[in-house]
Write a protein that binds this ligand. Sequence first.
Ligand SMILES: Cc1ncc(COP(=O)(O)O)c(C=O)c1O
Length: 448
Amino acid sequence: MMITSLFQVNGASSGIQRCAHVVCGTKVARNPNMEKLKNGYLFPEIGQKQLAHMKKYPDAQIINLGIGDTTEPIPKIITSAMAEYSLGLSTVEGYKGYGAEQGNKELRKVIAETIYKDMGIQDTEVFVSDGAQCDIARLQLLFGSNVTIAVQDPTFPAYVDSGIILGQTGEYADYGRYNGIEYMRCAPENHFFPILSTIKPTDIIFFCSPNNPTGHAASRDQLVKLVEIAKRNGSIIVFDSAYAAYVSDDSPRSIYEIPGSKEVAIEVSSFSKSAGFTGVRLGWTVIPEELAYSNGSPILKDFDRIITTCFNGASNIVQAGGLACLSKEGQKDLHGVISFYKENAYILAETLSSIGLQVYGGLNSPYIWVHFPGTKSWDMFAEILERTHIITVPGSGFGPSGESFLRISAFNHRELILEACRRFRRFFRTVPSISSYSLNQTDFFLHH
Ligand SMILES: Cc1ncc(COP(=O)(O)O)c(C=O)c1O
């Protein structure tokens, strides 16, 4: 029991604790899995650094290229659909209460037909949600604490942190690693795709493409290999395609482009980065009928049980917006917004590589991944923040192989991206060791 107040009286003997302040102990022990979490979730931690910086420099114009939140307005056709649905709720004819937990039938059908065109996904295999991150947690709840997991290293932190909370891991080990997780190194030397022959088999493989944070989109050949290894080991792939709309080359946008993947893969996805729905909240998960446990029972049936128990369906207003996103006009307008962010990524990548830095990503992703060999990511994050008032994200926050990298987000208004580029140029001119960061080729331009 944690006793934090000097005013606590007779707590131990009477069983009643009186506290003058907010923090006082109950008899409830802390979930030991919560104890295992080493730090706060990465992005709120960056937010706290930003607040501290604002306090220190109240007049500074901070440019946020950190958390990866969208900044551009949602096209009118989409917000009008939500407004219209919302106003309809004030009428007798238009009022609706709870909807199907699995999502609006029409939206499930449109997702199956537009996003998974020619991939053989049925509307009944699509579960509409309030976002990919929430579905990742619900999938973890489905898997339970006895599964083993593998993640790309570096990786979007939600897979690891939710796995820790569920009890799938051991204690924190070192260098950002937890015991019991298989870290699949994705670095420049292996073209950001794990050497699968060296990976220990696990029950679940979390795989994100285009990847957050590296910006790398796995090729068709790479995903064929991933599906093969999952089949060989009897694993389930949880494929996160939250950034699929940013793919510019012929990299697959869905794991279901790979033949045979329906027997081994779940896909989670989101309207957040493709439609600016980070605050609106809408996503989906696909569980193919073919996907089964070792005893042959379908996983889809259990996921249905999870969402009917732990989730009551996405907002009907927001689902009306989702339908508008997938209409012809909606898709055309969203394509414009995505192209805008990709131009931002190009501008940032071009600036940083012209300075002599090694830059990855950006081509199929709103993120660029910048290498600073020999430098700790948190040190570089702090130095850039102090000297330029620009927020980035330290690569080590995404896993041990992210050390010495920074993730820079292209989500911002154009004038702020240009201003950030001016500040980067000025700052790096004054860094004497810049040549130690630089190599003589830049991945971004080799592939652009
Ligand atoms: C790879 C990845 N998956 C999921 C999410 C979360 O998506 P949502 O906003 O739909 O919860 C993010 C958000 O940054 C992400 O980067």
